[in-house]
Design a protein around this ligand. Structure first.
Ligand code: SF4
Ligand code: MG
Length: 321
């Protein structure tokens, strides 16, 4: 299919003040050179532990954060260097759904005001048309017009996420970046919201970048999945290959911690040693090497490149050199 988003060599380094232990100003390498592509109408999942740079990646692709280096192509146009004014038209093509819909919804606004706000910001539709649009959007997400006059606190977590989704859909975006959108919800509610997102994707041809630390949630919704560790993508492929045949030792360790229903499928649990190193002082070579059970000499000095090891299956690991 056609590409909607292509990120090339994206980096985001945040400066840290020099202090007691460092004489020089240093940088937190939150995102350290990632490349990825998202096809129109597909869902790319980004998975990894907290602090791996997946949210920063999402915010750069949304252009809420300017990249330190690299390019972001949207619909065949490089948007990485545009300023805010130049970005205005493109901005409405991207919308975001957040983890905590309660924190992202203004408590003093009615649901009608919350859902119409993006339309007003982007100067879309007349007042009368907006009213009609609000009712239409409430129905798309499984709520009713009756809810329009109420406030966010009157709704459950799952309903609030539905309101967040209606608000994101209001301006007819092409890309939705969803950052941990179901992590605050009960498991039973999670699948309802994920199914709703899938239905809306089909109906409106939406493209999703879906960010989560939860491998089961990512498996439920994604077509392809990228695994991030310390600001880099260490493995990326279609969902079936990733979950059926993980290649990178870090992916294998993450997978081994996910409970499986079928005991015959039970994998040996791989316990990760040590903590995630600081992204301001990442280990040399393969940044996963201090925690890797398969570490070889070369891993300590040579950075492994992301390479296609099987058709469409990319991983960054010297085991596959
Ligand atoms: Fe482990 Fe080496 Fe592969 Fe890194 S490159 S994941 S240290 S085997
Ligand atoms: Mg995050």
């Amino acid at each position: 299919g056609e590409l909607l988003i292509e990120a090339k060599g994206l980096k985001k380094y945040f400066p840290v003040q020099k202090g007691l232990f460092s004489k020089n100003n240093s940088f937190v390498r939150a995102v350290d050179g990632i490349s990825l592509a998202i096809k129109k109408g597909e869902t790319l999942g980004l998975v990894g532990e907290s602090g791996c740079g997946k949210s920063t990646t999402g915010r750069m692709i949304m252009r809420l954060l300017a990249p330190t280096d690299g390019e972001i192509w949207f619909n065949g146009k490089d948007i990485s260097k545009l300023n805010n004014k130049q970005l205005r038209e493109t901005r409405k093509e991207f919308q975001m759904i957040f983890q905590d819909p309660y924190a992202s919804l203004n408590p003093r606004m009615t649901i009608r005001e919350l859902i119409s706000e993006p339309l007003i910001v982007h100067k879309m539709l007349t007042k009368k048309e907006r009213e009609k649009r609000v009712h239409e959007l409430l129905e798309y997400v499984g709520l009713t017009s009756y809810h329009a006059n109420r406030y966010a606190h009157e709704f459950s977590g799952g309903q609030r996420q539905r309101i967040g989704i209606a608000r994101a859909l209001a301006v007819n975006p092409k890309l939705i970046v969803a950052d941990e959108p179901v992590s605050a919800l009960d498991v039973s509610i999670q699948s309802q919201v994920l199914n709703l997102m899938q239905d809306l994707q089909k109906e409106f041809g939406l493209t999703y970048l879906f960010i989560s630390h939860d491998l089961s949630v990512v498996e439920h919704i994604s077509d392809r999945v990228g695994v991030m560790y310390l600001g880099k993508i260490v493995e990326i492929t279609d969902k079936e290959s990733l979950y059926g045949n993980p290649l990178h030792p870090y992916t294998k360790a993450l997978m081994s911690a996910v409970p499986v229903a079928d005991p015959r499928m039970k994998r040996e649990r791989i316990i990760l040693q040590g903590d995630i190193p600081s992204p301001s002082n990442p280990p040399s070579g393969c940044t996963f090497h201090p925690r890797c059970q398969s570490c070889m000499e070369i891993c300590k000095t040579v950075v492994p490149e992301l390479k296609e090891v099987e058709p469409g299956h990319f991983t960054a690991c010297h085991l596959y050199d």
